[in-house]
Design a protein around this ligand. Structure first.
Ligand SMILES: *Cc1c(COP(=O)(O)O)cnc(C)c1O
Length: 237
């Protein structure tokens, strides 16, 4: 039952937060629903899940239109500029900003729609050539260039660490993201520099991410089970 699974994950999040002296209310679960049917998502929603994350626009669009409007949608995939209009319309949060061009496109389209988009900067902390995201040393410049894009609220940072068998392997990357967020907040580069969002941690390593300051944990497999796209990755929780 998805309700039991969600309850279990929420209890785990609470436990870890309390153990490391954090307020559990500051940690939100983003249910990653790529390749999950709208019917299954509806069950999760009925069990109190409000935030969903999707990687593919084409797949997300019909589900977003079908499911209740009160849900909050995060885009977590790679975004192309020519898809910015659709993304700006469908999502409340874009977690994967990694270049000025996409930020400008989103700003323009959000402006036309009369809405403000919350965005996160994706940082390639692991410096993996195959991964999206700005390098740590380039984040400040991107944030500075984005200051004039008033239809975007830059709420924080997001990262996907290099894949590791052990959750502990992610810790240095999460810690580095948190440190970078601190430095950028000191320079007042976020929309709210007192509460900066850190999107980090997935099914296999969210406990470590919470210990390192995550405010958004992106959980797919642990909620919905293994899906067909899983090939190289086996999660043990
Ligand atoms: C699929 C995905 C997740 C969820 O991963 P699980 O291991 O299934 O929890 C989180 N973040 C991103 C960016 C993803 O693409």
């Amino acid at each position: 039952m998805i309700g039991d699974t969600l309850a279990h994950i929420r209890a785990t999040v609470r436990e870890i937060a309390e153990r490391c002296g954090r307020n559990p209310e500051t940690i939100k679960i983003v249910a990653i629903s790529k390749h999950v049917s709208a019917a299954t998502m509806q069950m999760a929603q009925e069990c109190g899940q409000i935030i969903f994350g999707e990687s593919y626009l084409q797949e997300a669009e019909p589900k977003i239109k079908q499911l209740p409007h009160a849900l909050q949608w995060h885009f977590i995939g790679h975004l192309q500029s020519n898809k910015a209009a659709v993304a700006a319309e469908l999502f409340q949060v874009i977690e994967t900003i990694d270049r000025l061009k996409i930020a400008q496109a989103l700003h323009r389209h959000a402006g036309c729609l009369g809405k403000t988009l919350d965005v996160l900067i994706q940082v390639n902390v692991g410096r993996e050539p195959q991964k999206s995201g700005v390098l740590q040393e380039d984040a400040e410049q991107l944030l500075r260039e984005m200051q004039q894009l008033t239809s975007l609220h830059v709420c924080g940072l997001m990262t996907i660490p290099p894949y590791g068998e052990e959750p502990e392997a992610s810790r240095p990357y999460f810690r580095a993201l948190n440190q970078l967020a601190g430095q950028l907040a000191e320079k007042k580069l976020f929309y709210d520099n007192e509460t900066v969002e850190l999107s980090m941690g997935m099914s296999g390593d969210f406990a470590v991410a919470i210990e390192e300051g995550a405010t958004l944990i992106r959980i797919g497999t642990a909620i919905f089970g293994e899906r067909m796209q899983k090939t190289s990755q086996l999660i043990s929780t």
